[in-house]
Design a protein around this ligand. Structure first.
Ligand code: ADE
Length: 246
């Protein structure tokens, strides 16, 4: 999958993209990154990318010409891939959107700076707007990296583990069960006996129960949209009864 990222701060990206899993996936040809400085597509002496807003008011607005020229030179006219703007006005990013975008061969990510962007960019160049949550950052660079990371984990082969992103928290609409590794006892705290039992049916049941109990305790809102089997519903009922007794 190819990501083309358009930004005024291109230096932010290499340190993260050249680390660990993403770097390995890129070396194996599973991921490809193009980082483009919007300022390289200006033609005036000062390389101006922003200007004061028509109608007055504070802040600066990103000009349309460099943005159009950057995207059209790299992606064609009109761009042949989804063009996603990172903005607090977008739909709120989640695991389903990450999975949906992992199905694309190519996406462009546009990082805004300043107070905003000229509306003609949004109307005529951007095809999708995504927010990473209801708070405002100084720019779209961190959100773009978050999208790249979360999307890439769904591309077959990017994670070494053959189950890939399937077991992650949120993958099935539930939070993940707790994990333990050696030693079996640390400072008097023991690993649950069931995990040492070697009985895989029992371990699977325990993990599912833990997932349900955690989701109920920490993110009850997620249970409304989770796909639950009859046995899940029974377990959940038992967990709720037990909580009432405690
Ligand atoms: N740019 C500034 N804040 C943002 C947010 N919350 N999500 C995406 N892009 C942003």
């Amino acid at each position: 999958m190819r990501f083309d990222i358009f930004t005024l701060l291109p230096e932010i990206f290499p340190p993260y993209l050249q680390s660990s899993i993403l770097q390995k996936a890129a070396a194996r040809g599973l991921l490809e990154f193009g980082i483009h400085n919007i300022r390289d597509y200006t033609h005036d002496k000062h390389h101006t990318t922003d200007d004061t807003p028509y109608g007055g008011g504070g802040g600066m607005v990103m000009k349309p010409e460099p943005m159009f020229e950057a995207l059209e030179s790299v992606l064609g006219i009109p761009p042949a891939c989804p063009v996603i703007m990172l903005t607090p006005q977008g739909r709120v990013f989640n695991q389903n959107i990450a999975r949906e975008l992992a199905g694309k061969e190519h996406v462009a990510l546009v990082c805004g700076r300043y107070e905003g962007i000229d509306e003609r960019i949004r109307e005529n160049l951007i095809t999708d707007e995504i927010s990473i949550g209801d708070y405002v950052l100084t720019g779209g660079e961190l959100p773009a990296l978050i999208l790249v990371d979360a999307i890439s984990r769904h591309i077959p082969g990017v994670l070494g583990d053959p189950t890939g992103a399937d077991d992650d928290s949120h993958a099935s609409g539930l939070l993940e069960y707790p994990h333990y590794t050696r030693p079996p006892e640390f400072r008097g705290w023991k690993v649950p006996d069931v995990l040492l039992s070697g009985d895989h049916a029992k371990i699977d049941k325990w993990r599912r129960e833990q997932s349900l109990a955690r989701t109920l305790a920490k993110r009850p809102d997620m249970l409304e949209n989770a796909t639950l089997s009859e046995s899940d519903k029974k377990m959940l009922k038992a967990i709720k009864e037990k909580m009432k007794d405690e």
